[in-house]
Design a protein around this ligand. Structure first.
Ligand code: XMP
Length: 524
């Protein structure tokens, strides 16, 4: 085990993620963890994370003495470097020069941590690293026994090491991708310096997570809102593996799902995994409440409210349930804790069936809380979920409710489902020649939107006067900004002609060429 002590940085989980990427097992514990816990873990190395705090202002934020007496290598990052300096006899000063963002540091000497790692040579011939900095304080003098590891003009002590004791520290953040050699530096620490064997795999995570879940819930019963999305599906598969029939999944079908979605989810979870799944067919109820409602936010609110109500009714009929499981993943945790707008919080809370724990008196079980999206996908594959499910595009909680503009009607939903399905089929079956990937995999989200207007067309000898469907496909990494996807003309042509020929009631298809911002990904 590599022990990561968390001093409260937003990116501590990223350190864990990089250590996992080096195939070494790690655990994050609070910075003030007791010496007994450290002894029991018997770590092969310890990493001290960054923090918002300052050694000057808050002397509570210190690493336990056992870190220094344990005899294993220690890596301090950012604040972790400062507390290392302060605790071992060096000095830290408040620097009036705040450094934030890209920096180029000179890597000094031949310490094992940075040996042979460089991004480029300076004109003077020094090995240089491109890194990410985020700090105000800095180390003013190194503790006895330390030598200089890295420096920049504004931060003369940007890294230090006492190789004899196995102590290393860097002021920059090797855990973020902006630091080009970041993964190499962390791999070097946990593998070469700490001696991690590098044989940890996602399969081991399953074993560990299964054991943790069993210990946490004991003989209790757990309910989980299964949406068919990646996160709730992987959470369901993992928890089912751990506790089998102690888990009941509730799949609320609000009548605004994609074509065959319910059958797909039921087939996978009830059919193949033999999990207990309750399929609540509440389409009529949802549509009833949406009659006459045209405002997008009002529609969202109604769908969200009904969803909670239906789920709650199911949950309270499972009298012995003690836990509510959710597929919360690490970026959700950061998002709801970070400075986010009210709106995005509401979106998330609906998406993740939030708000339920208080009213139901259930404890939360969130086994994916520390994982990143790509790790969740890898875990899903290891658990035996099919790639089509694990690499699915995201689908909004209100579903087709926000893809049918204006009032939601059953007949519109039916037309939209079929058009959308054809578009997705074409994206899945068309490959890009250059990359060999399908256009489904080359886009981040793609779907059809129903426009409740009519336009004139002609079919054979007949004049038609029917509805319009817009196709939307975007490429993005964070969904905050997005570009419309440059789909091949042939794909668009085929999708359009199939939709118009196969879906009676649609006689026109348009392609949405708007970026976000100023447009959004969804039309409502
Ligand atoms: P926009 O349309 O805001 O969408 O660019 C960004 C991402 O969020 C999804 N989205 C939602 N997800 N409930 C959800 O669970 C919602 O109300 C909602 N609205 C948008 C959207 O599909 C895209 O991935």
């Amino acid at each position: 085990t590599v022990l990561i002590l968390d001093f409260g940085s937003q990116v501590t989980q990223l350190i864990a993620r990089r250590v996992r990427e080096a195939h070494v097992y790690c655990e994050i514990h609070p910075h003030d963890v007791s010496g007994d816990v450290i002894a029991a873990l018997a770590p092969i190395g310890i990493i001290l994370s960054g923090s918002h705090g300052s050694t000057y202002e808050d002397h509570q934020l210190r690493a336990p003495d056992e870190v220094w007496t344990s005899g294993v290598p220690v890596l301090g990052i950012c604040y972790g470097m400062q507390t290392m300096a302060a605790q071992l006899g060096g000095a830290v000063s408040w620097s009036d020069h705040r450094e934030f963002g890209y920096a180029e540091v000179r890597a000094h000497g031949h310490t094992r941590l940075l040996e042979d790692l460089e991004d480029f040579r300076s004109p003077e011939g020094h090995g240089m690293l491109k890194v990410w900095m985020s700090h105000g304080d800095s180390v003013a003098s190194m503790p006895p026994g330390f030598t200089l590891l890295a420096s920049t003009p504004s931060c003369p002590i940007a890294g230090m090491a006492d190789q004899a004791r196995g102590y290393y520290a860097v002021q920059f953040h090797p855990e973020v991708t902006h630091t080009q050699q970041g993964q190499a530096i962390l791999t070097r620490f946990v593998r070469d310096i700490c001696g991690g064997r590098g044989d940890w795999r996602m399969g081991d995570y399953v074993t560990e997570a299964v054991a943790r879940i069993r210990e946490q819930v004991g003989q209790d019963h757990v309910i989980l809102g299964l949406s068919g999305g990646v996160d709730s599906s992987v959470a369901a598969a993992l928890i089912h593996k751990a506790i089998g029939d102690q888990l009941t999944c509730v799949f609320v079908d609000h009548g605004l799902l994609r074509l065959n979605e319910a059958a797909l989810v039921m087939d996978m979870f009830a059919g193949r995994l033999h999990a207990k799944v309750r399929h609540v067919d509440a389409g009529a109820q949802f549509l009833g409440h949406l009659t006459g409602v045209t405002d997008p936010e009002a529609k969202r609110k109604i769908i969200g409210r009904e969803f909670v109500e239906v789920f709650q009714a199911e949950a309270s009929s499972l009298v012995d349930a003690r836990w509510l499981a959710q597929g919360t993943i690490y970026p959700d945790v950061v998002e709801s804790g970070g400075a986010k707008t009210k709106k995005s919080k509401t979106i998330k809370s609906h998406h993740n069936v939030g708000g339920l724990p208080e009213t139901l008196g259930l404890s939360l079980l969130e086994p994916l809380r520390e994982l990143f999206k790509d790790e969740v996908r890898e875990l899903g594959l290891v658990l035996g979920l099919p790639p089509e499910m694990v690499y699915r595009h995201p689908f909004p909680g209100p579903g087709l409710g926000v893809r049918i503009l204006g009032e939601v009607k059953a007949e519109y939903a039916e037309l939209l489902r079929r058009a959308d399905d054809i578009f997705i089929q074409e994206l899945r079956s068309t490959r890009d020649e250059a990359t060999g990937k399908t256009w489904y995999d080359l886009t981040s989200q793609a779907f059809a939107v129903f426009l409740p207007v009519r336009s004139v067309g002609v079919m054979g000898d007949y004049r038609t006067y029917e509805h319009v469907v817009a196709l939307r496909a975007v490429q993005t990494t964070d969904f905050m900004t997005a570009d419309w996807a440059p789909l091949p003309m042939a794909l668009l042509k085929k999708a359009s002609s199939r939709i118009i020929n196969e879906v009676r009631g649609i006689n026109r298809v348009v392609y949405d060429i708007s970026s976000k911002p100023p447009s959004t990904i969804e039309w409502e």
